[in-house]
Design a protein around this ligand. Sequence first.
Ligand code: SAM
Length: 429
Amino acid sequence: MTETTKNKAKQYIYIVQDKNRTMCQIGKTNDLESRLGEYNSNSEGNLYSYLFVCQVANMVVVEYDIKEEYNIYSVEQKKEVFFFNEYLFEVYVNFIKDHKFYIKKIFIEPTSSSEQTIKSVRKTESLEERGMTYREVMQKARNDDDDEFYTQYEDVEKELSMYPKSIWKNKVVYCNCDDPTNVSNPQVSAFASYFLLKFDELKLKKLICTHYDPKTNWSNKGSNAYIFDRNGYTETDFSEESSSVYTGSFDDPISLKILNEDADIVCTNPPFSRAIDYWRTVIQSGKQFIIISNVTNPITTAFIPYFKDKKVWAGYNEVDWFKGTDGKLKRAAGHWYTNIPIKNRPKYKNLKIIPLEKIPESFKQYDDSKTLLVANNYIPSDYKEPFAVSTRPILNGILEKGYKIIQEKTYAPYIDGKCKFARALIQKT
Ligand SMILES: C[S@@+](CC[C@H](N)C(=O)[O-])C[C@H]1O[C@@H](n2cnc3c(N)ncnc32)[C@H](O)[C@@H]1O
C-alpha cells in the first residue's frame, strides 16, 4: 500500500467482545477484518465478535477521547479494555455517535442477542467439592427463588437522587448483593449501573460490587468482586487473600472486611430471606446505608429495636415492583431504609396528628387490653398513654415528630378474642 492510499483508507472505531468475558475492547482500525482476525488468532477458541462498528473521520482522536472519558470503566493499566454491561454499552455508543468525527454506523449487534450474552468465567467445582448434597441444592433453589427480586433502575434513581449530592463526595460505595455484569439479563444490578453512570457527577471515590449467585454457587465458584475507582476497574476472586473459596455472600469474611475497612456507604436491595442477618451485619458495622427491605419491618420484632433506638428510619419511597429472573415485573412490598439524615421528609404531610376526640370513630378503637389502636395515619396529639400504630405512620416519620416506640417487639392486638393486624406500640414523648 502506498503512503497516499494508506492515508485515504477508511477509519473505524469498534467495540469488540469475546464470548466469555464481561469486558469489551474499544479500538481503532483501517481494516476491520484483519483486526478481528488478530483478536481471534490469540483467543484459543474464545471467539471475538464486533458489537458495534462505525466509520469516523479521525480515529486517533475518537479513540483518545473515549479513553479519556471512560477511564473509570477501563481495566487498570490496560486502557483499551472496558467494563461492559448494557447501560455502559449504550453510554459508549452514544458517546461515539455524538463525537464530532463520527460519520456513520457500519454494523451493530443488538446486546439482547443470545449470541452476545456474556458471562464471567468461573471455575467449576463439583457438589462434592462444595460439600453439598443434591437435596441441599434443591432446598436452596427453593429458598433462593424468594430472593430473586431485582430492583428497577428507575426506583434506584428515584430514591438516591433525593439525598444531597454532598453525601457521596469522595466516598466508597459498597453494593454487597450486586452483580454489575450479567449482560442483557434482568439480574444486572441497577445499583451498580446507577453508581457507574453517576460516578463523576457524585464525585465517588470508589465503587465496590460483590455478589453471590445461588444458581452458579451450587456447583461453581460464582464469586466475584468488581472494584471501580479513578485508576480504572479491577475484578478479583480474592483467592490470594483467603484459603477458602470466596462465596460473595455479604457475610463472607472478605465481604465483612470490605464492609468494615473500605466502605463508607452501603447501598443495595439484599435478599429478603436474609434480611435479619443483613440488617444486623450492616448496622453493626456502623456504616451509612440506603437499602431496600420489607415494608413491614417497622412493626416486626426482629427490626423494631433498630427503629426504637434510631439506628434506622424510613427512606423516601416505597418499592412495589421488581424484576424477576425472567425480566417480568413482580410485586413485593418493599421500602427504602437508611441511617442518613432526612430533612423535611415529604411524607410528614400524610400524618394526621389531631386531638383524640377529632379522630373519626372508624379509625380508632380499643383492644381487649384497653390499648388504643389508630388507623389511616391518624395520631392522637393529646393522648399520653401508649397506643398502637401500623407500619405507615412510622414510614411517614411519626418517630421524628415527638413520638417513640416503647415496646421492642410486635404488638399483636386482640379484639373480642380475635388476633388483629400486627402493630407497633408508640407513645408521645
Ligand atoms: C432481592 S435480590 C436484589 C439484587 C440486587 N441487589 C438488586 O437490587 O437488583 C437479592 C440478591 O441477593 C442474592 N443473595 C442471596 N443470598 C445472598 C448472600 N448471602 N449474600 C449476598 N447476596 C445474596 C440473591 O441471589 C439475589 O440476587
